[in-house]
Design a protein around this ligand. Sequence first.
Ligand SMILES: Cc1cc2nc3c(=O)[nH]c(=O)nc-3n(C[C@H](O)[C@H](O)[C@H](O)COP(=O)(O)O)c2cc1C
Length: 199
Amino acid sequence: MHFYEPRQGHGLPHDPFNAIVGPRPIGWIASHDAAGVLNLAPYSFFNGFNYTPPIVGFASLGRKDTVRNIEATGEFVWNLVTRDLAEAMNASCAAVPPEVNEFELAGLETAPSRLVGVPRVAASPVAFECRLTQIIQLQDANGQGLSTWLTLGEVVGVHISEHLLVDGVYDTAAAHPVLRGGGPSDYFELGPRFRMKRP
Ligand SMILES: Cc1cc2nc3c(=O)[nH]c(=O)nc-3n(C[C@H](O)[C@H](O)[C@H](O)COP(=O)(O)O)c2cc1C
């Protein structure tokens, strides 16, 4: 077994951590600042953390525009990245000044949300309207504060394209979600499904 202590370095050509904790769903987060300037960015340190009420969260390495916007407005929208939206998602990660609207940068249209002021990505078949619940600064094992911000929000509205509801059941595979993992440029699509009942 290759063993390493991350604080001493991994001794490999590429840090495997990101490739091991994967593939991950992508948090494609729309937000706007206090003046209404729109923002859209992908975050793959993203997941769901609670059922009732549903809560999603993402980690920003550094206090990025998305976190600042959500702190200012208390709202954001998560959008599902499907295979046909992968290139637009990638374009939306460009390191541009806060006044640049990544919807326009990536050639995406907005669609209005119902309960929050932030619009969603019109072309995405699933979106969660979210209200901020917590912004948590991560810390290391010594209690030292890190410049990483876990932003959590309650999902207060859910949009699902009808074609993904098969007899009322959400069809994960039919959405062709894009998953992040592997090396710096690697993405995955879903593999075959298998079923297993809990004991
Ligand atoms: C697939 C993908 C996943 C990303 N995941 C993260 C992440 O989890 N955390 C993070 O801080 N940045 C992540 N980034 C980089 C941000 O998207 C990038 O810094 C972006 O410019 C931030 O935008 P903002 O400043 O408008 O919030 C990711 C980029 C890509 C393409």
